[in-house]
Design a protein around this ligand. Structure first.
Ligand code: PMP
Length: 310
């Protein structure tokens, strides 16, 4: 196993990948209080670029604000630190920022409340999968299960807009079970039975009139890809609506796709025991995907401002 030769930003200093560790009793590990955000890095002809870097940093700051986690960095400190981390780690395709309480604690409420910030730029294939395994279950066309036992994140417990580790615990176990049943991922519903999102992506349908529809913002994590796709629909002349939808709307949709930083636009071809569309990537899904991929590659001058060249 080759040693991972990357540098991780930890509170203003770069440390070796192997040194970026916490104690088993670290408060965030024991209590699920780690706030994070995940970004994509594109190795383009003009150099490495982070997709919508500032928006991701603002979302991390918002997560910390929702939780009451007192970050000691400004937006511009964190944007600069992310850019420097990408510069220091050639060939990286992923960028992760975490704010966590690393102190060893006895009580539920930590005595030392200031979070430590870690920023890593890496390639999950070479730096994680090649070292530790995993990562082998990616399907280009998705098969989803509507999750009927575990509900989506509830605003009165932990708002879905907070990207905090505790918000992933219940969906993770539900997805684990669905994986064993042969599905790629699950769709989470709210208390009222409306469609919310998947554990780590937003959901869209294309209705019979060719409009894209996604659930409202109070129900979901405000995905950066979701917001980008809504804007791209407008640019492509595709009608876009943000409104509640029910499971029947999924079943009867012409196309369904998920959106997330890690995968962009991701076609869905089966939900429960029903085939969606003709079982292949739908026409509108394909157009949105092609547009988003071209922007990420730096091939679309209209949307070049979405890329932050480091
Ligand atoms: N919903 C949840 C709960 C997520 O964790 C993610 C991944 N960050 C998304 C949606 C998609 O967000 P984005 O497009 O910003 O990656």
């Amino acid at each position: 196993m080759a040693e991972v030769n990357r540098k991780i930003w930890r509170d203003g200093e770069f440390v070796a990948w192997q040194e970026a560790t916490v104690h088993v009793f670290a408060q965030s590990l024991q209590r699920g209080s780690l706030a994070f955000d995940y970004m994509s890095v594109h190795q383009n002809a003009k150099g490495p670029a982070v997709f919508k870097l500032e928006a991701h940093v603002r979302r991390l700051i918002n997560t910390c604000r929702i939780l009451g986690l007192p970050l000691s960095y400004t937006e511009s400190d964190l944007v600069d630190a992310c850019a420097e981390t990408v510069r220091r780690n050639p060939g990286a395709v992923s960028l992760k920022i975490c704010a966590l309480i690393a102190s060893v604690e006895v009580e539920l409420v930590p005595h030392d409340r200031t979070p430590s910030v870690f920023i890593a730029a890496y390639d999950s294939k070479t730096d994680i999968v090649a070292q530790h395994g995993g990562g082998g279950s990616f399907s280009p066309l998705l098969s989803l299960k509507v999750e009927r036992e575990v509900g989506n994140r509830r605003p009165d417990i932990l708002p879905p807009q907070a990207k905090v580790s505790a918000n992933y615990t219940a969906p993770m176990f539900a997805k684990w079970k669905a994986r064993d049943e042969g599905f790629d991922d699950i769709i989470l519903l709210n208390e009222g039975g409306e469609v919310a999102e998947a554990p780590t992506s937003n959901i869209f349908i294309v209705d019979r009139e060719g409009a894209i529809v996604t659930p409202p913002e109070d129900k979901v994590l405000l995905g950066i890809t979701r917001e980008s796709v809504l804007e791209l629909a407008d640019a492509l002349g595709v009608e876009a609506r943000v409104e509640d939808m029910r499971v029947e709307d999924l079943y009867s949709a012409a196309e369904v796709f998920l959106t997330a930083t890690s995968v962009g636009v991701w076609p869905v071809i089966r939900i429960d025991d029903r085939r969606i569309g003709n079982g292949e990537t739908g026409v509108i899904t394909a157009r949105l995907k092609a547009k988003l991929d071209a922007i990420a590659r730096g091939d679309d001058t209209d949307f070049e401002h979405w890329l932050y060249y480091v």
